[in-house]
Design a protein around this ligand. Structure first.
Ligand code: KG4
Ligand code: ZN
Length: 337
């Protein structure tokens, strides 16, 4: 058995987890800084870095304590090394390297996006590839086919293929920007989700961008919302929220289903903060039912940023590539290929 202590500090969550063999979560501690950033309407990088410095020690202690192990019981230490905010990433990576050095075990640098993909297996170890996965968060919107080979020995890198991504804003970013415009606060996704329950999703026919293509676009939709509200100042905010959400969900779920059809995927999988959206979850569940597939909608705790997913991806990475050198840095713009 390989026990990995994993750290995640790419944005505004300070997280540590202990994961066995990439699948069994023994502890997962997430300290959100959302209250620190709310009054600025978004994440302030310098505030995030400073908060990570203060929180990382206690969060690691909690993760080890909840798993009832000591640092000496750990077989490897992993940290998210990108993409994300440079100063924030450096806190987790520096802590991870230091702990690996002290414990005399390998350090593993993990791609945050790859980690979102592996989160699926944490809750559902029996998922049968290939899977069509949509990762939609404040920073990313990616459509990925995972595990086209069912051979467990195939290296992690070869187990996924990106088939679509956003050409402008990320889905969560669109929720946050529209919520801010509508005066609903930060983070915007949960606020729109809540208000949309009181509105009519068909009240306003907002555009569905790039039909027939796998890539996503949300900036035209955002502009359409602004234009509509400026032209119709008396429009019910709940109707605007519901109609905007319907347009986002239609685009996300429609492309996910199309990609699943093309790849012969067995299941539809959601990840990232936007996967907490109730309308998106309902639509993906319905699409899966209609096409005889499984829908895997992980609990929000696994969808939003956490360190358990870093531990899951680290286990695959360690098997595929071995340890990451201690002189490796961070990569704020690391992609998924
Ligand atoms: O994955 P995440 O926690 O952090 C990163 O961005 O990496 O995602 C946060 C994003 C925010 O944009 C937030 O507004 C959005 O996820 N979000 C939602 C919901 N809950 C969170 N968007 C729509 N509906 C929700 N219920
Ligand atoms: Zn994320």
């Amino acid at each position: 058995m390989t026990t990995i202590l994993a750290l995640e500090t790419s944005c505004d969550e300070t997280a540590a987890a202990v994961v066995d063999d990439g699948r069994t979560v023994r502890s997962s501690i997430v300290s959100s800084q959302v209250d620190l950033h709310a009054r600025f309407g978004g994440v302030v990088p310098e505030i995030a870095s400073r908060a990570h410095v203060e929180l990382i020690g206690p969060v690691i202690a909690d993760a080890l304590g909840e798993a009832a192990i000591e640092l000496t019981d750990v077989d490897a230490v992993a940290a998210c090394h990108g993409p994300g905010l440079a100063g924030a990433l450096l806190v987790g990576v520096s802590a991870g390297k230091a702990l690996a050095l002290v414990a005399g075990v390998p350090y593993v640098g993990v791609n945050h996006l790859e980690a979102h993909l592996y989160a699926a297996w944490l809750d559902e170890p029996d998922l049968e590839p290939p899977l069509a996965v949509l990762i939609a968060s404040g920073g990313h919107t990616l459509l990925v086919i995972v595990g086209e080979s069912s051979d467990e020995t195939v290296v992690a890198r070869e187990r996924h293929r990106v088939v679509g991504q956003t050409v402008d804003d990320a889905a969560g970013e669109a929720f946050d920007k529209v919520a801010r415009f509508l005066g609903l606060g930060y983070p915007g996704g949960p606020a729109i989700d809540l208000l949309a329950h009181e509105g009519d999703p068909e009240a306003i026919a907002f555009p569905r961008a790039m039909p027939g293509e796998r890539d996503f676009s949300f900036s035209g939709l955002k502009t359409a919302v602004v234009n509509h509200v400026q032209r119709n100042p008396d429009a019910a905010v709940a109707d605007v929220a519901a109609s905007f959400q319907a347009a986002v969900v239609d685009q996300l779920a429609g492309k996910l289903a199309a990609a699943a059809d093309a790849a012969g995927a067995t299941a539809l999988v959601l990840g990232g903060g936007v996967a907490a959206n109730s309308a998106l979850r309902a639509r993906v569940a319905a699409d899966a039912g209609a096409s005889g597939r499984r829908a895997f909608l992980p609990p929000p705790s696994l969808c939003t940023d956490n360190a358990a997913m870093i531990g899951a991806a680290a286990w695959w990475r360690l098997r595929a590539d071995g340890p990451t050198p201690l002189d490796a840095g961070v990569d704020p713009v690391l992609g998924l290929t």
